[in-house]
Design a protein around this ligand. Structure first.
Ligand SMILES: Nc1nc2c(ncn2[C@@H]2O[C@H](COP(=O)(O)OP(=O)(O)O)[C@@H](O)[C@H]2O)c(=O)[nH]1
Ligand SMILES: [Mg+2]
Length: 224
């Protein structure tokens, strides 16, 4: 989703303004961008920021940063702006599974990250925690996504002082640390495998595109 806050969360995690993050109707992040940082704790992290996924070509783009994230990725953060996620966004997420070959693998490493925490939680929000918010205030598509992600969810406020953002970053890292990371290490370690995946995905997308053309022709035919 464009303008969700993906780049902002990336910056919060890194502890600095690396990715472009500002209000824009058009997609600000067009290609996957990567950055790394050494946290106060001494831990090294690598973050890949992605564009909004609305086109098949974006998905191929994701494969390009697997090498950068090796031996990860260790976590997939699905950034959600409260009340702005659409059914289409959820469907696109499901499409992402193609890259990981099976949905369980994709969602096993996924965490829902709701931005604009202050709008939904605490003094100005409606809930005491993110889990209550998801259960009481979101629709069944999000609930379904939440279940697929093993009920892993966190809310963060990106628009605040760096002192506050650093605290949010620690909380996100805690969620990431709860994930089992061994499997990814083995799965994506070899670049060869990534190349194979790319080829496979390209073939499948080409097939899908041909199918789409056929369907649009059918629609055209029906209207006339
Ligand atoms: N108030 C508030 N604004 C946020 C938060 N996170 C992101 N934003 C704003 O949302 C806008 C879009 O963010 P951006 O990171 O560029 O979204 P992206 O397109 O998903 O990468 C920017 O103006 C951010 O400052 C948040 O937690 N609270
Ligand atoms: Mg962005």
């Amino acid at each position: 989703m464009t303008g969700a806050g993906k780049s902002a969360v990336g910056n919060t995690l890194l502890g600095m303004d690396t990715f472009h993050s500002y209000p824009a109707e058009e997609c600000v992040t067009l290609n996957c961008e990567t950055s790394e940082a050494v946290l106060e704790s001494g831990r090294k992290i690598k973050v890949a920021d992605t564009p909004a996924f609305y086109a098949d070509s974006n998905m191929l783009e994701v494969l390009n940063f697997f090498e950068f994230l090796a031996p990860g990725p260790h976590a997939i953060l699905i950034i959600i702006r409260p009340c702005r996620i659409s059914k289409r966004d959820v469907i696109i997420l499901d499409e992402m599974q193609k890259i990981f070959r099976d949905d369980q693998l994709f969602y096993r490493f996924a965490i829902l990250v709701f931005v604009r925490k202050n709008d939904i939680i605490g003094e100005y929000g409606c809930c005491v925690n993110i889990h209550e918010y998801i259960k009481d205030y979101t629709n069944k598509d999000i609930l379904n996504l939440y279940e697929k992600c093993g009920q892993r969810a966190i809310a963060v406020a990106n628009r605040q002082s760096w002192k506050g953002r650093n605290v949010e970053a620690i909380e996100i890292m805690k969620e990431i640390d709860k994930l089992d990371r061994v499997y990814f290490h083995e799965f994506f370690q070899k670049t060869v495998q990534v190349e194979e995946l790319k080829k496979e995905l390209k073939n499948e997308l080409t097939k899908n595109m041909k199918k789409k053309k056929w369907f649009s022709f059918l629609n055209f035919h029906e209207i006339n």
